[in-house]
Write a protein that binds this ligand. Structure first.
Ligand code: NAD
Length: 361
């Protein structure tokens, strides 16, 4: 069967790592017809839009996309093209498996946890009011009236909506994921002691959803600052983490640090019908076109994609090949060598070649 998949190269290092990932995925023998579409700076230059409707339509039609990172534009209508894509396609789950890669530079061994980040609301909803704008002034007045609290007149304002609906949907996803992936525990992460009506609501809903899984999946909750410390001290205590959007963003980078950095951290954005696979890292503009960065996070995002389209055998072979190349430590990029200045580091494409060779061996 031919899978039709949208390929979005993205900005900065995106074109190099998506090309490396495409070649590695094709080496598994899975039959894929790629539909290449633009988003980000390249799309603005060539098509006059950062996020062409044609790109979104392609993902809507194919339902699966592999996407390179996109630089957050300065001074455009978009806060972030990445956030806009997630919102436009209803991708409410951000799934980030965090699994140790023997050979990668890390203080820890045998980490195996999953970060599930709510992708649609919280401070990422994009509802903001600029300092001294008429809207900001109006809101400051309204708030003074409603809550009897003063906000300084020279304040910018960002709104943090957290709904019962979206909290239930993401926590339910976390429990269902735990069940179908043989996981044992879900930890809901929040700051409900301070933000009682937003994080407090998230926690209330999480506790309620957890009741449906009693006896099957354990549940606990943890305040986000404590979570940050516990993850550094005792990362093996955790299994599946479910978090509102902002904490999810920060904690997933922290977790990437536990397993050797952003070069090995894959991700997926998932909705009811559509999924877009992308690495946790960004477009690292300073490395653009240098054939230098690690393609593993992008290739492992491709592994998640292969599992999603039920090409499990290919997914397993590709994941094993990536892990073996990293464990051998020979044909790997600078970030996977014992020190950054290691002259034996290879480039992006050479590491991809080594992975392809492993698949074919
Ligand atoms: P970044 O993740 O692009 O890079 C931070 C640093 O991490 C790099 O300088 C590099 O040292 C390291 N790094 C990242 N990817 C690597 C790889 N594959 N191999 C080896 N090392 C790697 O973060 P940033 O510099 O904060 O952001 C750059 C741009 O990317 C910004 O415009 C940001 O908004 C955007 N961004 C996009 C996404 C996305 O597309 N999903 C995600 C995060 C950031």
């Amino acid at each position: 069967m031919t899978h039709k998949i949208t390929l979005i190269p993205g900005d900065g290092i995106g074109p190099e790592i998506t090309e490396a990932a495409r070649r590695c995925i094709e080496a598994t023998g899975v039959d894929i017809s790629w539909e290449e579409k633009l988003a980000g700076e390249t799309a603005r230059e060539k098509l006059g839009s950062l996020l062409p409707e044609d790109t979104l339509d392609s993902v809507r039609k194919n339902r699966v996309a592999l996407k390179g990172p996109i630089t957050t534009p300065v001074g455009s209508g978009f806060r972030s093209v990445n956030v806009a894509i997630r919102q436009a396609l209803g991708l409410y789950v951000c799934l980030r498996p965090i699994k140790s890669c023997p050979g990668a530079r890390s203080h820890y061994k045998d980490i195996d946890l999953v970060v599930i980040r709510e992708n649609s609301e919280d401070l990422y909803a994009g509802i903001e009011f600029q300092e001294s704008s008429p809207e900001a002034k109006r809101i400051i007045e309204e708030i003074k009236e409603c809550s009897k609290k003063e906000i300084r007149p020279d304040s910018g304002i960002s709104i943090k909506p957290i709904s019962r609906y979206a909290s239930r949907r993401i926590v339910k996803f976390a429990f269902e994921y735990a069940l179908s992936n043989n996981r044992k525990k879900v930890t809901a992460v929040h700051k409900a002691n301070i933000m009682k009506f937003t994080d407090g609501l998230f926690l209330e809903v999480a506790r309620d959803v957890a009741k449906d899984y009693e006896g099957r999946i354990a549940f606990e909750d943890m305040i986000v600052d404590n979570m940050a410390m516990q993850l550094v001290q005792r990362p093996h205590n955790f299994d599946v983490l479910v978090l509102p959007n902002l904490y999810g963003d920060i904690v997933s980078d922290l977790c990437a640090g536990l397993i050797g950095g952003l070069g090995v951290a894959p991700g997926a954005n998932i909705g009811e019908q559509i999924a877009v696979f992308e690495a946790v890292h960004g477009s690292a503009p300073k490395y653009r076109g240098l054939n230098k960065v690690n393609p593993a996070a992008m290739i492992l995002s491709g592994v998640l994609m292969l599992k999603y389209i039920e090409e499990n055998n290919a997914a397993e072979r590709l994941e094993n090949a990536v892990r073996e190349v990293i464990a051998e430590g020979k044909f790997v990029t600078y970030d996977l060598k014992p020190s950054s200045g290691d002259l034996t580091a290879v480039g992006t494409m050479e590491m991809a070649d080594a992975i392809i060779k492993k698949i074919s061996d």
